[in-house]
Design a protein around this ligand. Structure first.
Ligand SMILES: Nc1nc2c(ncn2[C@@H]2O[C@H](COP(=O)(O)OP(=O)(O)O)[C@@H](O)[C@H]2O)c(=O)[nH]1
Ligand SMILES: [Mg+2]
Length: 448
């Protein structure tokens, strides 16, 4: 992720499968030389041009949008090439681009990573892009937009500024420890500041149903036989655990596996496909149907899998369960987009959009705990909790000081506050360990 961005990246940015238009995205210094080599007439330096793309054996009509650095999404020279939405054609056009000097296929999230590294997006805005793709309802969409506009980032930065100022006051006390008459901050004022910061964190995290530690929620994959549940199960786990079969009815026993979704721990469960026609056919099938229904009824998160995106659970899920609609096998031509408004399209075979699905499931797990509805993404929630526990520790230590005079144990308080600041810094990007960056952008889809 910290590699220099001197090479030029290219990717197919439209969803897999056939469509009216497909989009190739290119970004980096070799963008314009590559375009000039493949397109005639050469596109203008900024704006829209109608050209033809030369693929050796064929010449294809292309609409090309060009953006000169720094006025582009990534901050680099960049272009979008619109072609007829034929997967084979798009793959050949991508190959032709990547055959040019200095051009290579993009990694997941790499366009947005560059936008961040070039100062076009803050780290939380970049996460807003991913959150918007994964958003499942209006509250999550609004939260993602708050991330994108920077409104959420401003709130985190104000909080971090307050904590940093408290820390500075405590540290000033340590520096003047031999001057009894210099008091940078009185204990009562320190406690007020710490309590105020804790209040802000509490508001950001939202109400909790219980204070008990979270149990790993159950996530079931539900749907008809052959919907692609077992394939998705394996793809989410990252290892072949369930049997995949073209013949419907391959999965009979529920499979339960622990899964870590970017810090959110849960149990992922693959079930037999629901099928009325199987009732009474054999004791084994009866059993599988019954256990699938009871697992769905008990689950906190139900992922409804259907290549058409319309499968009806018929009230099988529990009243408090969070339901996610997933359009499986998105690489195949499926239902018309109008019919599948709320379904997240994924392809478990090539992993397309699985990052967005992992995020959506992690958010659903958080919501199933009664945490504030999706307004805080899981990575931020974890960091806020960590910051909160540091400030809470500082507050407990400060509680041992009398109301007025000197604060006792200033070093311990400062240490707890430094931990809290580090946690907040990891949200706002002040601290950017490579692995945080890597984790954020690897959950994007290619072309974003
Ligand atoms: N084209 C395509 N086929 C898929 C995808 N996911 C699963 N399949 C195929 O669909 C069939 C049924 O898959 P499986 O996971 O066993 O479905 P389940 O019965 O719902 O568990 C198998 O032949 C899979 O290879 C996908 O994303 N794209
Ligand atoms: Mg199966």
């Amino acid at each position: 992720m910290s590699a220099p961005t001197r090479d030029t990246i290219a990717a197919i940015a439209s969803p897999p499968g056939r469509s009216l238009r497909g989009i190739l995205r290119v970004s980096g210094p070799a963008t314009f030389p590559a375009l000039r080599a493949l397109l005639a007439p050469a596109p203008s330096a900024a704006g829209a041009s109608r050209c033809r793309l030369d693929l050796g054996t064929a010449s294809i009509p292309a609409l090309v949008l060009t953006f000169a650095a720094p006025a582009s999404y990534t901050g680099e020279d960049a272009a979008e090439i619109q072609l007829p939405g034929n997967p084979d054609l798009l793959a050949r056009a991508l190959d032709a681009l990547c055959a040019r000097d200095g051009v290579r296929p993009a990694n997941p999230g790499e366009f947005t990573a560059r936008a961040h590294l070039n100062g076009r997006l803050t780290i939380e805005q970049a996460e807003g892009v991913a959150a918007l793709i994964a958003a499942q309802d209006e509250a999550q969409r609004r939260a993602a937009e708050d991330l994108l506009t920077g409104a959420t980032g401003d709130r985190y930065r104000d909080l971090a500024d307050d904590v940093a100022q408290t820390l500075a006051l405590v540290e000033a006390g340590i520096d003047f420890t031999d001057q009894e008459d210099v008091v940078a901050i009185e204990p009562a004022e320190l406690r007020r500041r710490l309590a105020a910061s804790l209040g802000v964190i509490g508001t950001l995290l939202g109400p909790r149903r219980s204070e008990s530690p979270h149990e790993a929620p159950d996530i079931v994959l539900a749907g008809a036989p052959n919907a692609g549940k077992s394939t998705l199960f394996n793809a989410l786990l990252g290892r072949p655990r369930a049997i995949i079969s073209e013949t419907p009815g391959a999965t009979r026993d529920a499979l339960r596996e622990p899964i870590d979704l970017g810090g959110v721990r849960a149990t992922l469960i693959d079930l037999a496909g629901l099928d009325e026609a199987l009732a009474g056919r054999s004791p084994l099938d009866d059993n599988a149907q019954r256990s699938a229904r009871s697992a769905i009824a008990a689950a906190q998160v139900v992922v409804v899998c259907d290549p058409a995106g319309v499968f009806d659970l018929a009230g099988l899920a529990g009243p408090d369960a969070v339901t996610l609609r997933v359009r499986t096998k998105a690489d195949l031509p499926g239902a018309a987009p109008d019919d599948i408004t709320e379904a997240l399209a994924v392809c478990a075979l090539d992993g397309w959009n699985l990052g967005a699905l992992r995020r959506a499931i992690a958010d659903a797990c958080e919501r199933s705990h009664g945490d504030h509805s999706g307004a805080v993404i899981p990575r931020h929630r974890a960091a806020l909790r960590l910051a909160g526990s540091g400030i809470d520790r500082a507050l407990r230590i400060a509680g041992a000081s009398p109301r007025a005079g000197r604060v006792r144990d200033e070093e311990l308080i400062a240490d707890a506050l430094r931990g809290a600041l580090d946690a907040l810094g990891a949200i706002t990007g002040a601290v950017e360990p490579d692995d945080v960056l890597g984790r954020i952008f690897s959950s994007f889809c290619i072309g974003k």
